[in-house]
Design a protein. Structure first.
Length: 499
């Protein structure tokens, strides 16, 4: 079973490759020499280096106290999550799965061998507690595939002790800089080894978005990156990861619809269908979980004297057992050919986008027109709902307005770099409107569930009183939203006039 460890470290270079005296660092009482460790690591990647392109490293290392397989994901500059698996001759399946969204069906190959002589010192406080581990690494890197030759260098690495204060690293860095030591230009040993042994390539042309197509594609690319990047987190059942991936799929699908004058919908509509499928699979467990939390919270607010029958037990049965990790069904989706083919299709679309004539125009007019069109649809649906009497028809209109509100929000997000404050303000107001209308829809869904549970309880000879009580409270919550909506909507319209 793999273990995960948060790694906070900084890397440095020195012209004389020496380690200055660190006893003067604030909080350091002693520097203890822990000897030299001999490390031998083989790094794996695809032939086109997809992992390192995402700042991910996968290695098998012998020597040191943590020999075995190590998979590292970036969290923030200088911060990575390292997932460790026991030593084996072949790649562990659990680690292979975590990089599948990047590697797809492409073979993972040994790309670099790094042999390091690590001279280790521990920085201890007055109580003898470890503050950080400092090492001077003499590295010999040998290219195994995709390049030629080998390279050698020496670097200094400072890794914060588990549970330590990251501010301590600032104190160490201040001392190192005074001694002429400078931060490394490479994020990792692997990145440096690959860069210094790679065949020479022409640098890609980069720049800020200029055309309408540039802006739309930048937003689509960000959603593709989010889906791919969240895949490992979903597999590990990280908090909010399923919801975040689902939102990314919705953002992309919505963008295809909003900007149909920029990207050819004959190409993007079939992709949108696959994104809808993925969002649906991600939402199977999520929607019931959210609704269960709402109903359970509402029941907790009911005085005990008004709870009649095994209501809590009925709710738990309806919700199902909460899994301890990502469900086997969802893992199957992420391992499926259909999902991996969707990721390949997104890559192909971004590599050769189906741009239409409007894509080459200046962004301000093209993007603003698309956002205004979406907002017009929201306007029609909200005002239609306000003209309807409370009931099913109004519920449906409000739900449709909520969906179009999300679409307008995402369209404005894509346009924000080009349109500036007006789009930013619209994103904010659409988010607030989405939340208000979402509260109404949650009430509608809750009442439907309460009707089902009430019928089951009645058939079992149990009292349905508490379900009716909860139903009435949900009606009141929906009525409060409907009463607030007219004034809220007037404010939204006034703010959108600046677009």
């Amino acid at each position: 079973m793999a273990d995960t460890k948060r790694e906070i470290e900084r890397k440095y270079e020195s012209d004389d490759s020496g380690l200055p005296d660190l006893t003067g660092v604030a909080g350091v009482e002693s520097v203890v020499d822990k000897g030299v460790a001999h490390l031998d690591a083989t790094y794996y990647d695809t032939a086109d280096e997809r992992l390192v392109a995402s700042s991910i490293t996968l290695r098998r290392r012998t020597g040191g106290s943590d020999a075995g397989w190590h998979l590292k994901f970036p969290v923030a500059p200088g911060v990575r999550d390292e997932i460790q698996a026991p030593m084996s001759e072949t790649l562990p399946d659990e680690l292979t799965a975590l990089v599948r969204s990047r590697a797809r069906d492409v073979e993972l190959l040994p790309v670099v061998r790094l042999r390091s002589d690590r001279d280790v010192r521990h920085l201890l406080d007055a109580e003898g507690r470890l503050l950080a581990e400092v090492s001077v690494d003499a590295v010999h890197a040998e290219r195994l595939s995709g390049g030629v030759g080998d390279v050698q260098w020496t670097e200094i690495e400072v890794e914060l002790a588990d549970g330590g204060d990251p501010a301590f690293l600032d104190k160490v860095e201040k001392r190192l800089r005074k001694a002429g030591v400078r931060p490394s230009e490479s994020a990792s040993k692997l990145a440096r080894a690959l860069a210094e042994t790679a065949p020479k390539k022409q640098s890609p042309v980069t720049g800020d978005p200029v055309t309408a197509g540039d802006h739309v594609l930048a937003y689509v690319r960000a959603q593709r990156d989010a889906i791919v990047g969240l895949d490992p987190a979903v597999r590990q059942d990280a908090e909010d990861s399923v919801h975040s991936m689902r939102v990314a799929t919705r953002r992309m699908r919505s963008t295809f619809k909003s900007y149909g004058k920029v990207l050819d919908r004959n190409v993007t509509d079939p992709i949108g269908d696959e994104l809808k499928w993925l969002a649906g699979e991600l939402g199977v467990d999520r929607d019931r979980e959210v609704l269960s939390e709402r109903l359970t919270g509402a029941l907790d607010e009911v005085p005990g004297a008004l709870v009649s029958g095994p209501v809590a037990e009925r709710l738990r049965t309806w919700a199902g057992d909460s899994p301890g990790g990502a469900s086997a069904r969802l893992i199957g989706v992420l391992d499926s050919h259909r999902y991996l083919a969707l990721l390949d299709t997104l890559d192909a679309l971004l590599a050769d986008p189906p741009l239409l004539k409007a894509a080459g125009k200046k962004p301000e007019k093209v993007l603003a027109k698309a956002v205004k069109k979406d907002f017009g649809k929201v306007t029609g649906l909200v005002e239609q709902s306000l003209d309807l009497e409370p009931g099913t028809d109004r519920d449906v209109a409000i739900h449709e307005a909520r969906k179009k509100t999300k679409r307008t929000r995402y369209a404005a997000e894509a346009a924000q770099p080009a349109l500036g404050k007006s789009a930013k303000d619209l994103v904010k107001s659409m988010k607030s409107l989405q939340n208000l209308l979402g509260e109404h829809q949650d009430s509608v869904m809750s009442r439907g569930t309460l009707r089902e549970l009430s019928a089951v309880a009645h058939a079992a000879g149990e009292s349905a009183f508490t379900y009716g009580l909860l139903y009435g409270r949900e009606e009141q919550r929906a009525a409060a939203v409907e009463a607030e909506l007219p004034g809220f909507w007037d404010g939204v319209k006034d703010g959108a006039a600046a677009l």
